[in-house]
Design a protein around this ligand. Structure first.
Ligand code: UD1
Length: 418
């Protein structure tokens, strides 16, 4: 196990560059097997989730290599529709190969996916929709085996919840097809829009991305592309809360988002500001502000992937805040560490009641998941004294050079082996 050794209390000052969106890239890696041509994902972060998806691609027969920061994939030699069990369990988005292998071969065999320890994360919505479209499933507790019985034709599916994963899987399944598919109550996240733009750059015809109804006009085949994904709004949001907590002024360059993607109204505060001009985000924080309430939900509601980081900030804000986690049942695990550091937090079911304290105190804390680890690191950065944030492996699933970027901003943070 590795840990971040942090000496808290330093302001954050300086400039860092944004990474591309983890969630966008993960869907694109599954999408790359829908063509025999070469797909280039520009500025692709070498994070462990990406590496694990690349291992799946290689095991299926694709050639996958980094050229500096660009990832080059050629799937012309992909000849298997079975995903290796061990690789499948390493990452949640292995489930995207359900849609992409069905799209390519009309068949797929994989096991139930692994991923973050944040809750049950069922895939019933994916399976129900694909079944309605004529996919025949055969599964037990471990494995899923399925095959497409016929071409989709002109159809519509209605999701019971706007699941990101189910939307991606349905897109992967239906872009190469003879009919038209309408997906109702689909996810509206900017990463879903980005994925649709990526597929369209490969020759797909997808209309309505970003709204709750997407129409996929099936095409005969897709071709290669060179595509630059959007910036990672979760990484940017993490640095926004880090700056809010520590004080200072941070610039994030190389940002290619729409203003509305950032949901700035949900994360701005009376004493901190975030400005987004051209491709630079500037965060300024002079004082700790008043607490506010947060309820997570599908886009454009407050993102669950920023809840842990927001909770750390609220724990040192003035007054009382309430955080409602509506998406995942295990997403408060960072609160154990936060309480050890002196936060005044009480949890009842999926609601955290927070009374702001003046200062957190350094401690040895353990990350249980990706965002929780990023959040406890922020807690260490603004705490008095030293913090050992154990479980860096979780953070490295989604953040490229998190420690190095924070150090560039003046934080005292070092990665050590325990
Ligand atoms: C994606 C993101 C993740 C983010 C989440 C919610 C990726 C790689 N991951 O995860 O970072 O936290 O969206 O914004 O993009 N659900 C079901 N049945 C299903 C599918 C989902 O009940 O078949 C539930 C889940 O348990 C969860 C909620 O729906 O409570 C949201 O899940 P979903 O939108 O599918 O999230 P993911 O695609 O797994």
């Amino acid at each position: 196990m590795r840990a971040y050794k942090i000496n808290g209390g330093k302001k954050l000052e300086g400039t860092i560059s944004a990474q591309s969106s983890k969630n966008s890239v993960l869907s694109m890696l599954a999408g790359a097997i829908l063509t025999d041509d070469t797909v280039v994902i520009k500025n692709c972060p070498k994070i462990s989730d990406v590496i694990n998806m690349c291992k799946i691609l290689s095991s299926l027969g694709a050639s996958v290599e980094f050229d500096d920061n660009d990832l080059i994939i050629n799937a012309s030699q992909v000849n298997s529709f079975c995903v290796d069990e061990k690789l499948c369990k390493k990452i949640r988005t292995s489930i995207y190969f359900l849609g992409s292998l069905l799209g390519r071969f009309g068949r797929a065999k994989l096991c139930f996916p692994g991923g973050c320890n944040i809750g049950a994360r069922p895939i019933d919505i994916h399976i129900k929709a694909l079944s309605e479209l004529g996919v025949k499933f055969d599964y037990n507790e471990k494995n899923i085996s399925c095959s497409k019985q016929k071409t989709v034709g002109d159809r519509e599916v209605v999701f019971s919840f706007p699941s990101v994963g189910a939307t991606i899987n349905l897109l992967l399944f239906s872009v190469i097809n003879e009919g038209t598919l309408v997906i109702k109550n689909c996810a509206r996240e900017p990463e879903v829009v980005d994925f649709c733009n990526f597929l369209n750059s490969m020759g797909a015809k997808i209309v309505g991305a970003g709204q709750s109804e997407i129409t996929v006009y099936g095409v005969k085949q897709l071709h290669g592309t060179k595509y630059r994904p959007i910036s990672d709004r979760m990484e940017i949001g993490t640095f926004i809360f880090a700056t809010y907590c520590c004080g200072g002024k941070v610039n994030i360059t190389n940002v290619n988002l729409k203003n509305s993607d950032l949901l700035l109204d949900k994360i701005s505060n009376n004493t901190c500001s975030v400005a987004y001009i051209n491709d630079i985000i500037t965060i300024t924080s002079n004082n700790i502000g008043e607490g506010f309430d947060v309820q997570t939900g599908p886009f454009p509601q407050f993102p669950t992937d920023l809840q842990a980081q927001a909770t750390v900030y609220l724990s040192i804000c003035n007054g009382r805040s309430i955080v409602i986690e509506s998406m995942y049942e295990n997403r408060f695990s960072h609160l154990n560490g936060l309480k050890q550091m002196g936060a005044d937090v009480h949890v009842f079911k999926n609601v955290a009641f927070i009374q702001g304290v003046k200062r957190l105190q350094g401690a040895k804390v353990f990350a249980n998941d990706l965002r929780g680890g990023a959040a406890l690191t922020i807690a260490g950065l603004c705490a008095r004294g030293q913090t050992l944030m154990c479980g860096v492996e979780h953070v490295e699933r989604g953040y490229l050079d998190y420690d190095k970027k924070l150090a560039m901003l003046g934080a005292s943070i070092k990665t050590i082996d325990l």
